[in-house]
Design a protein. Structure first.
Length: 198
């Protein structure tokens, strides 16, 4: 069984993996450090798969970026029966600005497209709204409400606590809520025996 971690480049996917597992994974400040499928064994029957980031990747051609995106889609389609939990990580501090840029080009934002695709595969994604440490606490609820609207979820965001988890991988804030939600998803799927690996 697998927990997959997905999202655009440079949103903190590998940092989330590190926070969840305590295992050292390669992270960096430039987009595209993870360009391979990083599989981390948590036990005999459970892996976390840190998918490559998609979107802009420093030093990689547009053609190669599209190839990575295709490989991610293919991986998700071919392995959906093994995926017990799908996590999409976003950068809460830049999500709305990037979404506006995409919409200005009459395109669907990549983050929104991925969230919809995970829903279409019936993987019931958990949206990890990372980098909340970069947003003032007085603006956080408003920002998360607007992110809900972009994802096709009715605000207020707090009604979606079974889907949206605000965190800061940098400070560790909210990671305990993500851990609780993961455990709940395992119980809901009848996979309690795998909880010992978390």
């Amino acid at each position: 069984m697998e927990i997959i971690i997905s999202g655009r480049s440079n949103v903190g996917k590998s940092s989330i993996v590190r926070e969840l597992t305590g295992k050292k994974v390669e992270i960096g400040k430039r987009p595209g450090v993870t360009t391979d499928f990083e599989r981390i064994k948590l036990g005999k029957k459970l892996n976390i798969v840190d998918l490559p980031g998609f979107g802009y990747i420093s030093g990689i051609s547009h053609k190669e970026q599209e190839k990575i995106k295709t490989e991610i889609v293919r991986y998700l389609e071919n392995n959906k029966d093994q995926i017990i939990c799908a996590i999409e990580v976003i950068d809460t501090s830049s999500f709305l600005e990037i979404a506006e840029r995409w919409k200005g080009r009459d395109q669907i934002p990549v983050d929104v497209e991925l969230f919809s695709f995970l829903q279409e595969l019936e993987l019931e994604p958990i949206l990890v709204a990372n980098k909340i440490d970069k947003i003032s606490s007085s603006k956080l609820d408003e920002t998360l409400d607007k992110i809900c609207i972009e994802l096709g979820l009715d605000p207020p965001w707090r009604q979606w606590l079974d889907i949206i988890v605000p965190v800061s991988a940098k400070t560790g804030k909210g990671i305990d809520n993500l851990d609780k939600l993961l455990r709940q998803r395992f119980q809901d799927a009848g996979k309690e025996e795998l909880l010992r690996y978390l």
